[in-house]
Design a protein around this ligand. Structure first.
Ligand SMILES: NC(=O)c1ccc[n+]([C@@H]2O[C@H](COP(=O)([O-])OP(=O)(O)OC[C@H]3O[C@@H](n4cnc5c(N)ncnc54)[C@H](OP(=O)(O)O)[C@@H]3O)[C@@H](O)[C@H]2O)c1
Length: 218
């Protein structure tokens, strides 16, 4: 049993991840920024923790994640403006990394973005910034000594998915169901042997458990 803290617990990926972790026997805490979200989290078996990544500093992050073993960062500004993108998607993981290092925590699963996203389409400044800060957060994490995994899903689709994915070190670009991202994250929580890896993820043909098992290095 791990004690898992989820940033983004109320999001499209996060709310699908919570029940998977609970069913697997883990204790789950989830950050929420709106007090009205607490009841739904509690009803789902998640310990609700009120907080806002726009104002979170390292000291506050330490208090949030203290007493947890695995941190999942799946929060995102979702195109709500450059300042929010920089702060939530960019500074958010950096703040969490600093808090983890202060506490001696090692396991961070970071939901990033597929580098080929929107290639060939119209260049939108907000999206360029988003890709830039996601990469900066990846680089900050990859430079640490933590047991990190950076997950780079393709374009997210509002669907639970059929449990079949393609997961690997380098893949052709594609869509992926948010439920499949959640399933992959849940499997990574239970597979600590996968560490210090960047994994790309799309919909595919391989059952999640099989795809994750194939990523374990000898
Ligand atoms: N959209 C795509 O195609 C795509 C592709 C690749 C990767 N990603 C990444 O995948 C991750 C998960 O995506 P998703 O679809 O699950 O995102 P989502 O549904 O937009 O959820 C975002 C989560 O972040 C939380 N959040 C936003 N601002 C916050 C703040 N100031 N303080 C605390 N929490 C805050 C949201 O809380 P509320 O419930 O309060 O809004 C929500 O829980 C994100 O990091 C995203 O960047 C997205």
């Amino acid at each position: 049993m791990s004690r898992v803290f989820i940033f983004g617990a109320t999001g499209g990926v996060g709310h699908r991840l919570c029940p998977l972790l609970i069913a697997a026997g883990h204790r789950v805490s989830g950050l929420h920024r709106d007090p009205a979200q607490a009841e739904a989290l509690r009803a789902a078996g998640v310990e609700p923790v009120l907080g806002d990544l726009m104002t979170l500093d390292v000291d506050a992050a330490i208090e949030l994640i203290r007493d947890h073993d695995v941190i999942v960062f799946s929060a995102g500004a979702a195109g709500s403006g450059p300042e929010r993108t920089r702060t939530i998607d960019g500074h958010g993981p950096v703040t969490v990394i600093a808090a983890m290092r202060a506490l001696g925590l090692r396991r961070l699963l970071l939901v990033s973005a597929f580098p080929e996203a929107r290639r060939g389409l119209e260049i939108r400044p907000g999206f360029e910034l988003y890709m830039q800060v996601k990469k900066q957060a990846d680089a900050a994490l990859a430079a640490t000594e933590l047991d990190w995994v950076i997950l780079r899903p393709g374009t997210l689709v509002h669907a639970d998915g059929d449990g079949r994915v393609a997961a690997g070190l380098a893949l052709p670009y594609g869509n992926v169901a948010r439920g499949s991202v959640a399933a992959l994250l849940a499997a990574l929580v239970d597979t600590p042997a996968i560490r210090r890896e960047i994994i790309e993820l799309t919909d595919g043909e391989t059952p999640v458990a099989e795809a994750v098992a194939a990523l374990v290095r000898e």
